[in-house]
Write a protein that binds this ligand. Structure first.
Ligand SMILES: Nc1nc2c(ncn2[C@@H]2O[C@H](COP(=O)(O)OP(=O)(O)OP(=O)(O)O)[C@@H](O)[C@H]2O)c(=O)[nH]1
Ligand SMILES: [Mg+2]
Length: 252
């Protein structure tokens, strides 16, 4: 099976289908899977890609970052994509943007097209249009900002209204490095996640804590769902709990 070149670049904020993996011309949704886009038929580990392997992939998924303005969505994406922390003054995202990264998940090249949404209220209508194509959502709050945690309930209501029923959802408590300014305890995040039955971890875009894990866990779950390989047993919650590197002692 030939591997496809990854799509790079900014999304057109006008229409959600522009640049989205299930948009026109980028590949059909595989039958039966939850809207997962499989490029060129069945996915199977095939011959190595013939050029820079970061450009080629076997399967593509759309992941959205959502949460209040300032929780660290853009910084988390830059940390994951470029391995760097966007220090300096806070520049709020306008509209929406996306970055691509290809992960090697058990020999399968999984391209994540990661959509960085603007947390500010005024851009909410733009982001609504993107939810329906999302295969996974990372919902962030900021452990140093109580209202960003209190707003998670409202975000979940919005997700329920606009996203696919079977969207993969993960709750992330970001800025876990900011110990002195912390106002939301890790246990509070764990409790909320348990209440909604979603995997949870604390992250830090500044230190890198659990950033790779968050995206890898999502990629594994999406690949697992789309491959429907009965021999492969993967449970997202168990994987996250096993792999999580915590700031605190406890593991849920
Ligand atoms: N200490 C610490 N600061 C962080 C972390 N992640 C982001 N920040 C800071 O928090 C501020 C906001 O980060 P952004 O990533 O721009 O926030 P955002 O969620 O993209 O905000 P919007 O684009 O407005 O939705 C910036 O000043 C970052 O430097 C983190 O993990 N730790
Ligand atoms: Mg941003």
């Amino acid at each position: 099976m030939s591997r496809k070149k990854a799509v790079k670049g900014k999304a057109a904020t006008s229409s959600p289908s522009a640049g989205s993996p299930s948009g026109k011309g980028t590949g059909k949704s595989a039958r039966g899977s939850p809207g997962i886009v499989q490029m060129n038929g069945v996915v199977h580990p095939s011959r190595p890609s013939i050029s820079n392997s970061s450009e080629f992939y076997d399967i593509a998924f759309k992941v959205m970052l959502v949460g209040d303005s300032g929780v660290g969505k853009t910084c988390l994406l830059v940390r994951f994509k470029d391995g760097a922390f966007l220090a300096g003054s806070f520049i709020s995202t306008v509209g929406i943007d996306f970055r691509n990264k290809v992960l090697n998940i058990d020999g399968v090249k999984v391209k994540l097209q990661i959509w960085d949404t603007a947390g500010q209220e005024r851009f909410r209508s733009v982001t609504h249009a993107y939810y329906r194509d999302a295969h996974a959502l990372l919902l962030l709050y900021d452990v140093t900002n109580k209202s960003s945690f209190d707003n998670i309930q409202a975000w979940l209501t919005e997700i329920h209204e606009y996203a696919q029923q079977d969207v993969v959802l993960m709750l992330l408590g970001n800025k876990a490095d900011a110990t002195h300014d912390r106002v939301v305890k890790r246990e509070d995040g764990e409790r909320l996640a348990k209440e909604f039955g979603v995997p949870f971890m604390e992250t830090s875009a500044r230190s890198g804590l659990n950033v790779e894990l968050a995206f890898t866990a999502v990629a594994k779950e999406l690949k697992h769902r789309s491959m429907k390989d009965p021999s492969e047993k993967f449970k997202l919650h168990e994987y996250v709990n096993k792999e999580m590197k915590g700031t605190g002692c406890c593991r849920s």
